[in-house]
Design a protein around this ligand. Structure first.
Ligand code: NAD
Ligand code: K
Ligand code: MN
Length: 362
């Protein structure tokens, strides 16, 4: 029997509702398995920790996570603390500290979801956005001078390194190669950003030579938003910078029905450190603490976590259970136009899992 050590960091807002839901689902999977179990450790980091200790997590927090097999994360963001402090103090500290440079964001229209695009069939929208997750616009390089004076100036430098771009480009080509259509769109803005993005484009050409079976094209980021809406079926895998992919993936999630459904994995492909799995949404101040949060984005992130651990059968069973639940409008949360609560959706997924475990005679 394998034991996987999982760190749970609910963080703030609805993170505190969806991460326990994700843990419940993992426990349900373990209950029906005789090959693996989970050992959870919960970390109460985030806004509350900040109020008590003046930091979003302890200075040696990364050491506490280092030996884990994976991290399940909720959200960083508190109504009373500036967003740049909560984000940099927790999520980015972990992503950058553990060099989780590949942020993988699949999007599909799940069964039963009423997606907003009139002419888009579910089979037309099946994307994976690969986001550069370690540098670029979020490299943290910059500063403010002469604060409050008329001559005040501020910069956030978008720094890209050859090594950083090569590794994300290679990861994206590999991801595209692993999918049936073997199609990659390299998102760029090299008409306006004439240094870093030109290097990005050159590296795309260079890396593409390692993947002769992948068909790829290039799209300016602004045009890419229109293409997602007007010609979704022409896209499959996309690779974009930290900021561009951040924006594109919220759009992708909305086009697939709701921000509450979309999952993401912050991966260290070299497996030197634990990878981190989270819904793409934030703390959702407008609905927090009311049982309205859609836990599906977290469940789908748990599917990615299981895939990362190599538990492919468990991942498949959970995805199937999620789709059986989304297919039933009575089990939709408010963001999907329904009335179901976080707990009801969680229980429904667990009972589907119980059924599929009986089905396979485990
Ligand atoms: P948000 O994702 O929290 O919310 C945007 C909208 O989507 C809200 O109307 C919200 O109710 C809805 N929504 C999001 N997730 C939902 C779910 N699971 N179920 C139902 N509805 C859902 O984005 P925001 O409002 O821009 O940010 C709020 C806070 O979260 C900010 O502090 C921000 O910095 C932080 N944030 C953190 C992360 C992260 O930790 N990875 C990501 C995004 C935003
Ligand atoms: K999140
Ligand atoms: Mn985002």
């Amino acid at each position: 029997m394998k034991t996987y050590k999982i760190a749970c960091i609910p963080g703030d807002g609805i993170g505190k509702e969806v991460v326990p839901a994700g843990q419940t689902v993992l426990e349900a999977l373990a209950a029906s398995s005789n090959t693996f179990k989970f050992e959870f450790e919960n970390f109460g980091w985030g806004g509350d920790w900040y109020r008590a200790h003046g930091a979003m997590m302890p200075a040696d927090g990364l050491d506490a996570l280092r030996g884990k097999d994976a991290i399940l994360f909720g959200s960083a963001g508190d109504p009373d603390i500036p967003d740049h402090i909560t984000l940099w103090g927790l999520r980015l500290k972990i992503c950058q500290g553990f060099d989780q440079y590949a942020n993988v964001r699949p999007t599909r229209i799940l069964p039963g979801i009423d997606a907003p695009l009139k002419r888009c069939r579910p089979e037309d929208l099946d994307w994976v956005i690969v986001r550069e997750n370690s540098e670029g616009e979020y490299s943290g390089v910059g500063g403010r001078v002469h604060q409050g004076q008329p001559i005040e100036a501020a910069t956030d430098l978008s720094m890209m390194t050859r090594a950083g771009v090569e590794r994300i480009m290679r990861y994206a080509f590999k991801q595209a190669q692993s999918r049936p259509r073997k199609l990659l769109t390299v998102v760029t803005k090299s008409n306006a950003q004439r240094h870093a993005m030109v290097m990005w484009d050159e590296i795309a050409v260079q890396i593409s030579k390692e993947f002769p079976d992948v068909t790829w094209d290039k799209e300016l980021v602004d045009a890419a938003t229109a293409r997602m809406v007007n010609r979704p079926a022409t896209l499959d895998t996309l690779v974009a910078t930290n900021l561009h992919a951040d924006i594109l993936s919220d759009l992708a999630a909305a086009l697939a029905g709701s921000l509450g459904i979309a999952p993401t994995a912050n991966i260290d492909p070299e497996r030197r450190y634990p990878s981190m799995f989270e819904p793409i949404h934030g703390s959702a101040f407008d609905i927090m603490g009311r049982g309205l949060a859609n836990p599906v984005g977290t469940f789908w992130s748990v599917v990615m976590l299981l895939e990362h651990l190599g538990e492919l059968e468990a991942a498949r069973r959970l995805m199937q259970a999620i789709e059986q639940v989304t297919a039933n409008p009575a089990l939709h949360t408010r963001d999907l136009g329904g009335k179901a609560t976080t707990t009801e959706v969680t229980q429904a997924v667990c009972s589907q899992l119980a059924k599929s475990s009986k089905g396979k005679g485990a």
